[in-house]
Design a protein. Structure first.
Length: 131
């Protein structure tokens, strides 16, 4: 029977350690609680109108007529100082915005507040619409 070399032993241990690390990450990921989906027939996010860090943020449900992408159907509209913040409602029932495109938020209000922080006092510039 051939003897195991030191290189083979270290390689085997490294492979086992990597497997355990992947298994641990998968377990930790499975334990995190995904956002809950709204029950069918439930209302959308609650409307809001507040001043946050000196900026007026408003959120209201829309039938799609005022949204930049009206063909997506009913949704939610957010304004920062009267200018529309483009929001996207994701399949996992979270929200993201054009300002924080790689972050997800539980509510449009959280997305709006984070966008205000990200703007650092700058005005919101509307996104061009594509026909």
């Amino acid at each position: 029977m051939p003897e195991i070399t030191r290189r083979q032993a270290v390689g085997g241990l490294a492979g086992a350690a990597a497997g355990l690390a992947v298994a641990g990450a998968a377990t930790a990921s499975a334990k995190s609680t995904p956002p809950r989906k709204a029950p069918s027939g439930a209302q959308g996010p609650a409307p809001f109108d507040e001043v946050y860090k000196g900026r007026r943020i408003q959120g209201l449900p829309t039938d799609g007529a005022h949204a930049a992408h009206a063909h997506h159907g009913p949704g939610f509209r957010v304004l920062i100082d009267g200018r529309e913040l483009h929001l996207m409602h994701r399949a996992d029932n979270t929200w993201t915005s054009a300002i924080n495109h790689y972050e997800t938020f539980r509510t449009p209000l959280e997305a709006a507040r984070t966008a205000v922080i990200g703007l650092h006092g700058a005005d919101l510039v509307p996104l061009p619409t594509i026909a």
